[in-house]
Design a protein around this ligand. Sequence first.
Ligand code: ADP
Length: 383
Amino acid sequence: MISANRVVLVINSGSSSLKFELVEPDAGVSRATGSIEQIGEASSSVANHDAALHRAFDKLAEDGIDLQTCGLVAVGHRVVHGGNEFHQPTLLDDAVIGKLEELSALAPLHNPPAVLGIRVARKLLPDVPHVAVFDTAFFHDLPPAAATYAIDREVADSWQIRRYGFHGTSHQYVSEQAAAFLDRPPSGLNQIVLHLGNGASASAIARGCPVETSMGLTPMEGLVMGTRSGDVDPGVISYLWRTAKMGVDEIESMLNHRSGVLGLAGERDFRRLRTMIEIGDRPAQLAYSVFIHRLRKYIGAYLAVLGHTDVVSFTAGIGENDAAVRRDALAGMAELGIELDEDRNVGPATGARRISTDGSAVAVLVVPTNEELAIARDCLSVL
Ligand code: ADP
């Protein structure tokens, strides 16, 4: 059966996982979704990204979806780093892919698997346009004061060192949804968005334009995350290199994969972390308080950057589901205009909702993110 609705296949290709979703962007609905994990791992039956994408297509076929006849108009690829050059959804051809490969130096953990996913998908689906959507795009025009590191200017210019920001697709989508929920145009609101998932980032958005975000050259800066440290004194890195004799890859791997909540508590999932806290596990309690302290520090900073804030939105796995994190992040901020309603905060998670009191000067919302839908809509914008 030929489907009348336009369909976009969204692919998020990581080093060991490939997530996919078939989206109808016009209706805003998901037709199918899935993920292939443990790609290339010794114990896994999925040897590489090629095999993973074949497996994804098999899964779609099991759901009765034929990509040839389902109305597929584009394949959207999430690409983490767009560097200075890519700040719009971009139609992929060999030249663009070559440039993305050059950008891999800026994002060695994230861009190479995305490029791999793009190559495999173009081979398997050669007749539809493939579009790259960049996690950095939304923050491309951060004000220079927020985008610039105060380091030697020549060095920064030679090596394209600036604050790029990430999770942009989510920050943009959530800020637009928050505005729609409040029945106001994004241009009429000052917003703080807190994207709290395994990766975590915050942004300040003034009248629709991002003016600050917590991630920088790479997605390691800023908030404490599941396995990433967030902010550390750069002196830590030279100290570990010089004195502890750790290599640069070892240090990077530690800061990315064995730090954050996992590094402090031995657990990164907030559901299990909560159970550990309840039974008095001290490292879990410390990890949680470091996470909350950093988050509050950023909220305070962004309230100051914006001067006037209309809305604070929580999103992603932790932000959407963990009422205690939301409570602790905003506790004692009544004098800053933020008052959470305890009952609304623990209420059922259905769509976008308000969790502040009616009298709170700043509206506090929970807004489910949907990066796949946003990517699919971005794809249509370039077709
Ligand atoms: P990713 O960055 O991988 O997209 P998600 O946004 O899916 O991450 O967030 C994943 C995290 O959300 C989990 O590791 C877990 O810590 C947290 N999470 C998910 N569901 C809940 C829940 N019901 N309560 C608390 N935390 C949750």
